[in-house]
Ligand binder design. Sequence first.
Ligand SMILES: O=C(O)CCC(=O)C(=O)O
Ligand SMILES: [Fe+2]
Length: 425
Amino acid sequence: MIIPSSAYDEARYGPPRRPRTARMRRHVIPPRMVVVLLLAVAVRAPPPSAEAFSFASLSSSSSSSSSSSSSVVGRPRTSPTTLRAAARATTTTTTTTTTARTATGRRMPINEDRPGLRLLHSDPDVYVIENFVSDAACDDMIRAALERGTTRSPVAYAGWTDDVKDLVGLAASGPVAWIALFAAWREESAYDGGGEGGGGGGSVPSLVAHALRNYVVVFALAVSAISAFIKHRADGLGELRTSTSTTLDDLSRFGAREFVVRAAELFDPASSSSSSSSSGTTMHPASYFEAPTVIRYETGQALAPHFDANRSANVEDANRGGQTLSTLIVYLNDVPHGGTTSFPRLPPAIDDDRQVAGGTCLEIVPRRGDALLFFPADANGIFDDRTEHEGRPAVDGKWIARIWRHAHRVPPPFGLSDSSIREHL
Ligand SMILES: O=C(O)CCC(=O)C(=O)O
Ligand SMILES: [Fe+2]
């Protein structure tokens, strides 16, 4: 809080200010004014970047015991607000931004010869892969999820590091500095103009000291307000994802194992068993996966438009393999009504029976055993905003299993353990 000059307590805040000298009074522009102007110029805020107020990353997570995460960025249809979100735990991160930063690089490589691979959209590439896993594997994954129990897929705030940085930076260099300086100047003026001591005080060091003190106080208040605002936004983001989910990290179950094996073959054309990491050590391709997450949508449940990549992945997702380079979803049941996966920024797939008839954007009808494959970021981890997507509200019940392929090894509890990979893959 800015302490009004009338309440100023010199005993507490510093020694009495010395009276102004005659020499100081002769200046046309009082020195304190010069200091205020100089400081104001020095700290003047640059124009906020377009993204300064774009709240984007949320991350949602399932509350299963071993949580994996990914990030989804979403903009709810119900709100014009842009949100950026990244998923934590078994989930989804939601991120939307007002400004598009389109990935320009190539996506990560895959096995292009995979039978059943069908391109629905090129650049950004979106594929359907027919019969990616067997019906029996689909049923087993649903059974495993039911046995384990699904819980509400939470949404945790991702991208918060950038958002906090932007807001704090903006506040620190702009409003906070101005308020602190103005308040200090007022205090000084009030003190000079008839305060106790008959016009004493008002020295430059004193003004600077007051400005700094005010700055600290106002800055602390601004940070508290920003924290409360961000928490409020994060809490609200939970509503963007109403499904329930759980993680399947037990590869002794054949359904999950089949899914992971197929995914490993898809992402590592060179070998279905092992590949070399850039560090020279041998890494199984599944080491880059988050453990499969099974997500259940009951009637009316949905996942709002979001992104699976997180612009702040290097920091916020460092313990889960960094950026999400690819999303692989398998539909575990046929969903005749509702529950489509849509890409609001991409055009409909012409003449494709997976495309929703009459749809205005790329919108895929879930069919048991089929996979949907796309790339939320390019091979270098650059976020691709064109891959915004959503799980439309379910009418019939819908089950999916999802693997996020990250840029680096994903250690447990988010990824699969080395022993599990060694033993089952
Ligand atoms: O439910 C869907 O169709 C999409 C799910 C999804 O985007 C996700 O889990 O990140
Ligand atoms: Fe997603």
